[in-house]
Design a protein around this ligand. Structure first.
Ligand SMILES: [Ca+2]
Length: 251
C-alpha cells in the first residue's frame, strides 16, 4: 500500500518533468538560432597617447572594433568634455579631438551592429581615460624696482586655476637682466589662495647674464594660484612656461 501511494504521487511529477524538458529543449533551439544572429559587437578604442597638453589633438581610433557575426554600422564617441561625434563610415571612426581645459577625461566609444532581429541593433560600450595637462606661457614679463617706463612695473602676476585633478606644476623660467649696467634681483614666488607660499626664490642676475628658474611642486587642493615676479632691485625680464599636470587624483 505504501509503495502504490508513492507511485501515485510521483506520476504527475514525472509528467511535469518530461514536459519541462521538452519545453526547455524547444526554447534552447530557438535561443541558439537567436544568439548566432545577435552576438554583440566588440568595441575597441585606441588612443595615441595617454596624456597631452590642452589644445593638442589626441587621435582616438575605433577602427579595430568588430562584430563577430555581422558588421558595425555606427560608431559613437563621447569625449567626456560635452562633445560627441558619431559616424556610420568606418573611415571616419578614427578621429582627432583636442581639449581646452586641463583634467582627466573619460572617453567612451559605443558601437552598434547590423542585427536585424526583433531586438534591433546590439551595442557595446568601452571606455578610455586620457589626461590633459596645461601649458601657460609666461612673459616676457618685465619688472623694475623703480619703473622708469610704462612697460615695466614692480611686480607681475599670473594667476592659474587648479581643479581637483591638478597634481603638480612645473615652472621653467628664464630671467634676464634688463639693466644696461649693474645687477638685478627678482623674487619668483608661487602662492595659493590662502597665501601659502609653495615656492620662493630670489634670483640674482648679473650684468649681461640670465638665470634659469625651475620648480616642481605638488598642487594640493583646488583654487587659484598665483605666480608672482617681484623686482627687488634693477630691472629684469622673465619668459618661460608654467605647466600644470593632472592625474587621476589617487596619487
Ligand atoms: Ca552582431
Amino acid at each position: 500500500m505504501v509503495g502504490r501511494n508513492k507511485d501515485k504521487r510521483l506520476l504527475p511529477l514525472v509528467a511535469v518533468a518530461i514536459f519541462t524538458m521538452a519545453a526547455l529543449s524547444g526554447c534552447l533551439g530557438e535561443d541558439d538560432a537567436d544568439s548566432i544572429e545577435s552576438t554583440a559587437p566588440r568595441a575597441v578604442l585606441e588612443v595615441d597617447r595617454e596624456s597631452r597638453f590642452a589644445g593638442e589633438p589626441f587621435t582616438f581610433d575605433a577602427q579595430s572594433s568588430s562584430d563577430p557575426n555581422g558588421n558595425i554600422t555606427k560608431w559613437v564617441f563621447d569625449f567626456g568634455d560635452g562633445e560627441t561625434f558619431e559616424t556610420e563610415d568606418v573611415d571616419e571612426a578614427r578621429v582627432k579631438h583636442r581639449y581646452d581645459a586641463g583634467g582627466v577625461y573619460s572617453v567612451t566609444l559605443t558601437v552598434f551592429d547590423d542585427a536585424t532581429d526583433q531586438e534591433g541593433p546590439l551595442n557595446t560600450t568601452t571606455e578610455r581615460t586620457v589626461i590633459v595637462d596645461r601649458r601657460i606661457d609666461i612673459g616676457p614679463a618685465m619688472v623694475a624696482a623703480a619703473p622708469t617706463n610704462s612697460s615695466a612695473t614692480a611686480r607681475s602676476e599670473r594667476a592659474f586655476e587648479a581643479n581637483e585633478t591638478a597634481e603638480r606644476y612645473e615652472l621653467d623660467l628664464l630671467v634676464e637682466n634688463a639693466m644696461a649696467l649693474g645687477d638685478s634681483k627678482m623674487t619668483v614666488r608661487v602662492v595659493d589662495d590662502n597665501g601659502t607660499v609653495l615656492f620662493e626664490e630670489l634670483v640674482e642676475v648679473g650684468q649681461g647674464e640670465n638665470v634659469t628658474v625651475e620648480s616642481a611642486e605638488a598642487l594640493t587642493g583646488e583654487g587659484t594660484f598665483v605666480l608672482e615676479l617681484i623686482a627687488e632691485s634693477g630691472a629684469s625680464r622673465a619668459t618661460g612656461e608654467l605647466r600644470i599636470y593632472h592625474g587621476t587624483g589617487s596619487e
